[in-house]
Design a protein around this ligand. Sequence first.
Ligand code: SF4
Ligand code: SF4
Length: 270
Amino acid sequence: MKKMLLLPVWIVVLVLLIGCSSESKNPVHITQMSNIELALDDTVLVEIYRITIITENGDTTTYFEKKAEGNIKLSVPCDYSTSVNVDIYNMNKKTSAGFIQLPQGASGIFNLSVIPISENTEQSKIPNGLYASSISTTSIKISFNAVELAQNYRLYVSNDDVTFTLLAEITTLSYTHNGLESGITFYYKVSSVVDDKESEKSVSVSATTQVSKTIYVIDPSKCRGCGVCRSSCKYDAISKSGSVYVIDPSRCTGCGECVKNCPQSAISIQ
Ligand code: SF4
Ligand code: SF4
């Protein structure tokens, strides 16, 4: 009888363990934590750490911790990819900083490479911890860490990670880039303005807008086989089938270009 009562408890424990170690890309709606260790080079002098954890969905946690023996131990949500910034303080001064991007479901030991910071160098004025994540089919949220005495920040965007143009000049530490196309990758950099002088730009990060769940279909009774839809589809989602054209739903991002271009109004939402 006692064994029968314990069975449901074991089922719950097993489900939790499987959920935390899964590498599935399917969204998981219950947040569970993975244990992570960050290994530092022995030569880095540490008195105290400031750890900032930013999850893919924009949740941010910051806390200070005194140096202990061995690696830096922390927990991160295992159902999101996560970025971790570690600021290292010695004699009450920030002396170096490290950044690592952890994949969804990460666990175990990772090496953290840190870059020394001198308060007087231009390097310290470049915002660190830049992070971009898609929050919808048309929006990407970008966030980064503050720079001491910054008057404002300049956010740059690119489609190819080569040519960047000014996207916004802001005083906040996050920005939502709206009005984007679904399924497209954007690259971002940020700089700070201190004493009216702009710093160099940060290294770039990227995010891809979510893919729409809208499914388009071609009505074969209206399609005249002109192929205009196929040439207007950037995602190679339309192909010929006999004398008409069909849409592959696994490739269609729902951008709607084919709908706009079809002269027969043969394409509609399923
Ligand atoms: S553009 Fe319209 S009519 Fe032409 S092939 Fe595509 S669905 Fe058919
Ligand atoms: S909506 Fe049309 S053009 Fe856009 S991805 Fe789907 S099939 Fe291609």
